[in-house]
Design a protein around this ligand. Structure first.
Ligand SMILES: [Mg+2]
Length: 370
């Protein structure tokens, strides 16, 4: 099998109720800039990054994929995924301008497309190729009921519906609003509505200073919270280490980390309990796997952040022993040929060949912004 052509794609999908917010971000659409990698056998591999649908920035990512990395892939065998990852990652002209950011997001989308091709070439879903087991259970927790711009009433009723009608046993709430007492009131209201047996996660999206986090996150223990996610600034290893030594609620983070070495630093420092790599911010499945192995060696659970809207991560979670819980957000499901399926709060192991990011015909013909 040989790579013959790279074709750019940019998808923008509307988020729930036309706009969501956490303490740090506001967005109306989720962006999926990426690539279709064509081959001489007729197989096509698809891989995407995940963004806030800012078109000029998405075009930079796609341009890096097509024009910086693309010429290095033509004629190569896409099944040599790890060797190709190493080849692209060693391109000093490209990585000179950024070991993180656009270059790394571009490599991530390419890596996903290559794994997609490798799985399609043997007509298997990616999780089987990675060594997975259909007997494994991958639980879903839902983030789409707890946005910071939802009123308290909407948030409570959304979370109740997710639990009582859709079968979820875990939901995530955004915190880090301007008034910490209001944060705690919202968490308390959901805890009271859902009862003691449903797990509740919280996420401050890097908003607090260390003393604010000590004060507010320190009180989450009263509501039996599963974790506080990104309590302080994303890259602050020492701050998270100090916080982990101070509060009883476990710390989750990783969605803003680009490299396996950054995860090593947080893990070695004892600054994280739930490790949250994202296959679209790390450079694809290849680098994600390194992080999941690392976390496993420290007995830390891996609970991915779903910048891919869970399409690829579901495969990884069925395959990797460190992953048994996976976030769910539904925004890309209308644009994927086979959107992830959840029954009674658990992912259903995908049966179609590939890595899960093949867009629907409608997405390619009507939504593609190229
Ligand atoms: Mg988060």
């Amino acid at each position: 099998m040989k790579i013959t052509k790279l074709e750019p794609i940019i998808l923008h999908a509307p988020v729930t109720r036309g706009g969501i917010a956490d303490s740090t971000h506001k967005l109306t659409h989720w962006g999926a800039p990426g690539v279709a990698i064509h081959t001489d056998t007729g197989h096509i591999g698809y891989g995407f990054s995940g963004t806030h649908a800012h078109l000029p920035t998405d075009r930079l990512i796609v341009d890096c994929i097509i024009n910086s990395f693309g010429p290095l892939l033509i004629g190569e065998d896409p099944q040599e995924v790890v060797a190709l990852w190493e080849k692209l990652h060693k391109q000093s002209e490209i990585y000179w301008v950024g070991r993180a950011g656009i270059t790394h997001l571009a490599l991530g989308a390419i890596d996903i497309a290559l794994w997609d091709l490798k799985a399609k070439a043997v007509d298997q879903p990616l999780w089987k190729l990675l060594g997975g087991s259909a007997k494994k259970k991958v639980e879903a927790y839902n983030t789409d009921g707890g946005w910071l711009n939802w009123s308290l009433e909407t948030m409570v009723s959304d979370c109740k519906r997710l639990v009582e009608e859709d079968g979820y046993r875990a939901v995530k709430l955004k915190v880090g609003g301007p008034n910490p007492r209001e944060d705690l009131r919202r968490v308390e209201a959901v805890r009271n509505a859902l009862g003691p047996d449903i797990r509740i996660m919280t996420d401050a999206n890097g908003r607090w200073t260390l003393p604010q986090a000590i004060q507010t996150a320190g009180r989450l223990v009263d509501f039996d919270i599963a974790w506080i996610e990104e309590p302080i600034y994303f890259d602050d290893v020492e701050g998270h280490r100090r916080l982990a030594q101070t509060i009883a609620t476990p710390i989750a983070l990783g969605e803003q980390l680009y490299m396996a070495s950054q995860f090593r630093d947080f893990i070695q420092a004892g600054a994280v309990h739930y490790v949250q790599p994202d296959v679209v911010r790390l450079a694809g499945v290849t680098e994600f796997w390194q992080v999941a192995d690392l976390a496993r060696s420290y007995s830390l659970p891996v609970v991915p952040h779903v910048g891919d809207m869970c399409q690829v991560h579901q495969h990884i979670c069925f395959a990797h022993p460190a992953c048994s819980l996976l976030e769910y957000i539904p925004w890309l499901r209308d644009w994927m040929e086979k959107p992830a399926q959840i029954v009674d709060g658990f992912y259903v192991a995908p049966e179609s060949a590939g890595a899960g990011m093949t867009p629907s015909l409608k997405a390619l013909t009507e939504i593609n912004k190229i």
